[in-house]
Design a protein around this ligand. Sequence first.
Ligand SMILES: Nc1nc2c(c(=O)[nH]1)N[C@H]1C(S)=C(S)[C@@H](COP(=O)(O)O)O[C@H]1N2
Ligand SMILES: [Mo]
Length: 201
Amino acid sequence: MSKLKELNTPIFWAEGHPGELDAATWQVEVTGLVKEPRTFSYADLLALPKTVVNARLTSVTRWSVFGAWGGVHFRDLLDVVGVDPKAAYVEFFSYRKIYTTAIPLEVALRERTLLAYEFEGEPLEEDYGGPVRNFCPYLWGYKSAKSVVRVQLLDRPSRGYWEVRGYPDAAQILAGRMLDINTRRWRQIPDGEVIKFLDDV
Ligand SMILES: Nc1nc2c(c(=O)[nH]1)N[C@H]1C(S)=C(S)[C@@H](COP(=O)(O)O)O[C@H]1N2
Ligand SMILES: [Mo]
C-alpha cells in the first residue's frame, strides 16, 4: 500500500474518479506561451532532472499531509520548451480536462513546486493524481491539479474548477486549525506555506 493511502489521506476527485490510468502511455502537453510547444511522455518526464522536496499538501478543507514529493521542477521542464517573456501564469488541465486550475508562473518556479510523480519514493497512483500532478505547497491544495495532461502558459489568470465555484483564485493558505494527516492530530497553522505548526514545542 502506498504511503498516502496508508495515512488515509483524503482522495478528492470533484469531477469523478478517472479509473485506471496508464503511465506507459501518459502524455503531458506543454503549450501556450512557450517557444517550442512539446508533448512529454511519462518516460520523458522521468528522464528530466529529478527534484525531491519535503513539503505539505494543504487543503482548504483543513487537512494537511507531509512527505517527500518527487518530480520535475518547473524550471527544468520549462527550460526544455523555452518560456515566452509574456508568460505570467501556468494553467493545469487534469485528465478529461474538466478540472483545471492556474497559478502564477512565479509560484510555479518556487523551490518546492513540482510536476510530481512520486511520494516517499513510490510512484503516485491514480487516487492521488498519478501518473503526474502539480504539487504546490505554497497555496491551497485545489491548485495542485491531479493527473495532469496539459500545462499551458498564459499571460493572464484563468479561473479553474473550484475558482469559478467560489474558491479564491489567490488560494493563500490561511491560519487556523488543521488536521495533520501524518499524526491525526489537530494543529494550529500560520498563514502561508505550512513549514511549522504554531503549537509545536
Ligand atoms: N483533477 C483533480 N485535481 C484535484 C482535485 C480534484 O478534485 N480533481 N482536488 C484538489 C484539492 S481541493 C485538493 S486538496 C487536492 C487533494 O489531493 P489528493 O486527492 O491527492 O489528496 O487535489 C487537488 N487536485
Ligand atoms: Mo482541497
